[in-house]
Design a protein around this ligand. Structure first.
Ligand SMILES: Cc1cc2nc3c(=O)[nH]c(=O)nc-3n(C[C@H](O)[C@H](O)[C@H](O)COP(=O)(O)OP(=O)(O)OC[C@H]3O[C@@H](n4cnc5c(N)ncnc54)[C@H](O)[C@@H]3O)c2cc1C
Length: 379
């Protein structure tokens, strides 16, 4: 009794089976340990590369699968459903790789993308600084020309894959006197002298994912490490952020659907006052509300997915789905957790992990407030 999904074809469903098998074998048995470690071992990245799970959206000539964004959506959904949030694949494959594909020169694409696809190198993108997150024009990190080199100085924080990263796209001012027009994207390899990884930060959720401080102290890179044109970095960020925001929406809906399933099963099984808690009118109404909201969310995000696969998802619509779906996710998970009673607060129950992990969806890739600004500006 739900509206059938029409967005995926048989090839996507076949790939979904591969992704599920990979998760069952290589992720699920180890994820609890990774949560304790605060990081996913490098080996998993290489295995995921070997199974074709990374860089699905990148053309085959650069080592990817040459598929549309819908293949990426399959990976995002399957990881989200089980709350397997440790492997930072979506950032590597669907956020960092597109910058290199769209703005890198031929040499950068040929040298970097195949190694990313094989999982040989792990990547990150460093926008946020201790003093600025939402207001990206205010970044203080500099990348200034000195002779034949570009010298990077500054500090970044909250960087996903930061500990594991071999290569980071650093958002820096090549012209510190300018605002947005002074911003460039600079590739910094982790073994450059002066580049230091700071703490792996302790977080409320996403516990298996490494999130780091990064420090740049007179890090020297060749001018060829600038991605695309100097001074165009802010424009590139604005062009790529809709996909990053859609990734959040896709994950949010997959998590809500999973949470509804867990809660239906739990409330049918759990008894109070001599009957299943699913029989209480309050439970039935709450579940009816959640099922309806999740269905509306599903139709909305699938339409956004179709538009994006056709290259037609605009910036305001991407912002709309990001804020609305992540806010709805917060409410839905809260309701589902409540229906689990005390067990909902226990880490061994997926609803507890989902509740913790999902909170960041309203913050990263642009906060709800910034999304509403973007929508309001477009009206
Ligand atoms: C787990 C995690 C992973 C992350 N991964 C990355 C990553 O890989 N790379 C990266 O660069 N960053 C990453 N981030 C950073 C994230 O993108 C920022 O935290 C986010 O953009 C918000 O910036 P901020 O934390 O500086 O908050 P601030 O910008 O200081 O905002 C604080 C509050 O003020 C509100 N606010 C700000 N400006 C306005 C305004 N104009 N109108 C109304 N309200 C406003 C915000 O909405 C928010 O509620 C990550 C963060 C976390 C927690």
């Amino acid at each position: 009794m739900s509206i059938p999904r029409t967005v995926f074809q048989e090839e996507h469903e076949a790939f979904r089976r591969t992704v599920k098998a990979f998760i069952d074998k290589e992720i699920a048995p180890y994820h609890a340990q990774w949560e304790k470690d605060g990081i996913v071992p490098r080996d998993v990245w290489r295995k995921a590369g070997g199974e074709g799970l990374l860089l699905t959206g990148i053309p085959e000539e650069y080592g990817g699968s040459g598929a549309d964004f819908l293949m990426s959506a399959v990976v995002i959904e399957e990881l989200a459903k089980g709350i397997w949030s440790g492997p930072g694949f979506r950032l590597h494959s669907d956020i960092v790789a597109p910058y290199i594909l769209h703005y890198g020169n031929e040499e950068q694409k040929r040298s970097i993308l195949p190694r990313m696809a094989r999982g040989e190198i792990v990547t990150a993108i460093a926008m946020t600084e201790p003093g600025t997150g939402s207001d990206l024009q205010g970044v203080k990190t500099t990348a200034v020309r000195k002779g034949n080199e570009i010298v990077v100085n500054g500090q970044k924080t909250f960087i996903t894959n930061g500990q594991n990263a071999d290569l980071v796209i650093v958002v820096a001012k090549t012209d510190p006197n300018e605002g947005a027009k002074g911003i460039s994207l600079v590739l910094v390899e982790a073994d450059r002298p002066g580049f230091r990884k700071g703490r792996n930060l302790e977080k409320l959720g996403l516990k298996a994912q490494d999130t780091s401080e990064l420090f740049f102290d007179d890090v020297r890179v060749p001018p060829s490490n600038v991605l695309g044109e100097e001074g165009q970095g802010f424009k590139y960020l604005m062009q790529e952020l809709p996909q990053e925001r859609l990734i959040v929406g896709v994950a949010a809906v997959a998590i809500m659907e999973a949470a509804l399933e867990w809660t239906l099963a739990y409330t049918r099984d759990r008894k109070a006052f001599g009957r299943p808690i699913a029989d209480f009118q309050n439970t039935r109404f709450k579940l009816a509300e959640v099922a309806t909201e999740v269905q509306v969310a599903r139709v909305f995000v699938d339409r956004c997915l179709e538009l994006h696969a056709a290259g037609k998802l605009d910036v305001p619509t991407a912002a709309m789905q990001k804020w609305w779906l992540s806010e709805l996710e917060g409410r839905v998970l809260d309701t589902c957790l409540q229906l689990h009673g005390g067990y909902g607060f226990m880490w061994e129950y997926p609803i507890a992990r989902a509740y913790a992990d999902a909170r960041i969806h309203r913050i990263f890739a642009g906060t709800t407030e910034i999304m509403k600004e973007i929508v309001a500006r477009s009206l």
